[in-house]
Design a binder for this molecule. Sequence first.
Ligand SMILES: C[S@@+](CC[C@H](N)C(=O)[O-])C[C@H]1O[C@@H](n2cnc3c(N)ncnc32)[C@H](O)[C@@H]1O
Length: 241
Amino acid sequence: MGEQGAVGEHPPITSFVHHRARLTAGQQSAWERWWSVRGHEVPELLAGREPFDPPAWFGRTAPLVLEIGSGMGEATAQLAAEAPGTDHIAVEVFEPGLAQLLMRIAEAGLSNITVLRGDAVALLETCVAPGSLDGIRIFFPDPWPKRKHRKRRLVQPDVVALAASRLRIGGTLHMATDWADYAVQMRTVCDEEPSLEGGEIPRPDWRPLTKFEQRASSEGRSVHDLLYKRRAVGPSGSHST
Ligand SMILES: C[S@@+](CC[C@H](N)C(=O)[O-])C[C@H]1O[C@@H](n2cnc3c(N)ncnc32)[C@H](O)[C@@H]1O
């Protein structure tokens, strides 16, 4: 891997900042009630103290979608409710967001979401087997708009290559952003990744319209959806499909 998630003498550059944030009373009680049932700590999985084991977590083997940065869990919970036959792993570092998602899971009685706290890039690299995911979602990743912070953007060549390698052939990488130049970056990086094919698509009706997206639209920023599929690439980089 490149700088993101790499372990070296310097702290790795991450796509997130760890804010200590207070939980609301509802989030706190959801955390106390549900975290031990639905939550897992990424550092425990990375260290091998706990297995990354979706069939055990969900009690079945089903198509598996992983979301990087589920935020407050609005889209995550809605998409999981609409796809009961698919299992969803939401990875986030922001505790109030994880707690809010736990509340949504409990309210809707969803059994097809597992919530992980920690860095999704490290998780993909260390714990997720190649070719094992049906989909990866990255909705509205932090834009890091200042030029000096650009290297913190999640969607970069090494992370996209890693994500693509964890998808099965035909599995999808779906991204959305309200930052035009980030959409260009996503497209450039994914177009250059030989194991992916796709591009920008019209906004799919099935992607939930979150408060976050509504605010972007009301502030005049248009939203870009990008959908790529993993394709088979031969050892020389030639396409075998
Ligand atoms: C701008 S928010 C968008 C949240 C949500 N997807 C939405 O559409 O409302 C981006 C989220 O990604 C999370 N994030 C960024 N990098 C991450 C990483 N490497 N692993 C896990 N979460 C990450 C941040 O904590 C933040 O909550």
